[in-house]
Design a protein around this ligand. Structure first.
Ligand code: DX5
Ligand code: ZN
Length: 218
């Protein structure tokens, strides 16, 4: 079993006090920071760009994981790869016409390569690329917004990917993103995921403190 990594998504953070939020989440026990980049085309929402990530990475020494929900990701890889503590760049399978090339481009920048799958995309779409990846990100909501309901059918996809990675002897991280809370985190761990992304459960939890929320995820 791999160690569980908790990655709060700054999508749900208060952008007006970003430095504080990053510091608080680190003190609360976060292992890494998950950055949701949205372009208003691939997903119906716009968030922030490389300048914002650079500023955040300057004031927080946790590893940063960039989740690109954008079209033409190749055009922006170098800009997002600039901060040293950006350790991974993830692109969507559905957004990449030449996914193999994009994955090699991410690696050439010295970063871990991750491919994200929308809820409707089967695990088998990664058949010919799985060996090249450091991580697969299984979307358990439709990308675009925080605070949505976890889609249970994705548990089978997580199981399939873990089974296939084990069969091939790969040291693959499986990340789960969307609707992750103290209850769904147990199911995704059992299914074989080891990296949990959580936005609203960590940053806007009405009953638990950041520290309690992260502890309950773990
Ligand atoms: C959704 C993003 C997620 C989002 C998750 O498109 O990829 O990272 O922040 O938010 P919660 O944890 O609130 O579902
Ligand atoms: Zn995300």
């Amino acid at each position: 079993m791999k160690n569980i990594i908790i990655m709060p998504s700054i999508l749900s953070a208060d952008f007006s006090i970003m430095k504080e939020q990053l510091n608080d989440v680190k003190q609360a026990g976060a292992d890494a920071i998950h950055c949701d980049i949205m372009d208003g085309h691939f997903v119906p929402n716009i968030t922030f760009g490389p300048g914002f990530i650079e500023a955040c990475a300057k004031v927080c020494d946790l590893p940063f994981y960039v989740h690109l929900m954008i079209e033409n990701p190749d055009q922006y890889l170098a800009a997002f790869a600039k901060p040293k503590n950006v350790v991974e760049i993830g692109v969507h399978e559905e957004a990449c016409v030449h996914l193999h090339r994009t994955v090699q481009n991410i690696k050439a920048l010295g970063k871990r390569a991750c491919v994200a799958l929308n809820p409707h995309t089967p695990a088998s779409n990664l058949d010919y690329i799985l060996d090249d990846l450091d991580a697969v990100l299984v979307m358990t909501v439709n990308p675009g917004f925080g605070g949505q309901k976890f889609i249970e059918s994705q548990l089978r996809k997580i199981e399939e990917i873990r089974k296939e990675a084990d069969r091939r002897g790969l040291d693959l991280d499986i990340q789960v993103d969307g609707g992750v809370d103290g209850i769904t985190s147990k199911k995704i761990a059992v299914a074989g995921a080891n990296m949990f992304v959580a936005g609203s459960y960590v940053f806007t939890n009405k009953t638990l403190s950041m520290k309690e929320a992260i502890k309950s995820l773990r």
